[in-house]
Design a binder for this molecule. Sequence first.
Ligand code: NDP
Length: 330
Amino acid sequence: MARFYTDADADLEQIREEPIAIIGYGNQGRAQALNLRDSGLQVLVGNLQDAYWQQAVEDGFQPMSPAEAARQGRIICLLVPDEVQQQLYERDIAPALQPCDALDFAHGYSIRYGLIRPPAEVDVILVAPRMIGTGVRELFLKGSGAPCAVAVEQDATGRAWQRALAFAKAIGATRTAALETTFAEETELDHFTEQAVMPVVFSLLVESFDLLVARGYQPEMVALELWASGEPSETWGQIASMGLFRQLDLHSRTSQYGTLTRSTSGLREQLRAIAEKGLAEIRSGAFAREWEAERSAGYAVFNKLKRQALCHPLNEVEQTIREALRRARE
Ligand code: NDP
């Protein structure tokens, strides 16, 4: 059975004297830096001089370059986008690493795919919140915390687990639970959600929208029904708190019957084939290689797909609904 850690398993004293360098003051960087500081730890921020730097100044930090923060920090947290970590590591972090430092990640990507190969004399730890940065901060301020995955890839000091758990405690994660994993498992499962589950959800919603509008249903009514009312997100919340099938009781018997009878094994077989393909691309490294090629080519495909998505008629319909709901609230 998976191992869960809570506050009682972690001791902040393990890292109290170790300056923590947060490299990248973005979604995760800002939330984690603020939580770590509120937990009484020494936090340094390393960033380029731009809007994120300014935000760090407004939050009361004295930001410095990533290279300088890495030099001064003993726990160095790489909280920049995954696809730029290798370059940044080689240029600014690797030359600054000292024996017994800890290199911390919020996602296992760079280690899982061998893009970063840290020296044997540093700890390599993972503290990966299962939550966007704003959620990590908001839950912490409410006295709770975002659950996270923790892993140790390399234990050079014999203290890597204590450091990882102390870090998880300081960002609030062990107030709920930190689940023990590996860099490979965390990365592969995270990518599975993004590359096998979400494409099915997105494609089904867009196809359903197009079909229903083509069959004469009002676009606004279709979008409201499919997602814009917020009912589906309410259901996902109940799935998390009650359980996938147990929350069915919150819906009418007609709804339950419809969902259960139409979740056929034939449909599941088709979806399984999609899931198998996604998993194979993740495990073989095919997706990681494709993404690296895309980064090197300047994100041409990524930018084109995003532009196309934002041109779909459903965007305008959503805008109409949002404005109508806003006017109704005023
Ligand atoms: P963001 O996109 O929010 O990171 C932005 C930060 O990275 C900024 O400080 C930015 O600074 C810096 N940055 C971007 N490009 C470069 C570069 N080429 N060189 C130096 N700095 C750069 O990242 P996230 O917080 O989303 O992700 C950080 C890590 O956290 C990733 O490993 C991600 O997988 C993981 N994670 C993210 C979650 C999320 O909520 N988004 C959830 C869980 C894990 P500047 O613009 O000044 O260069």
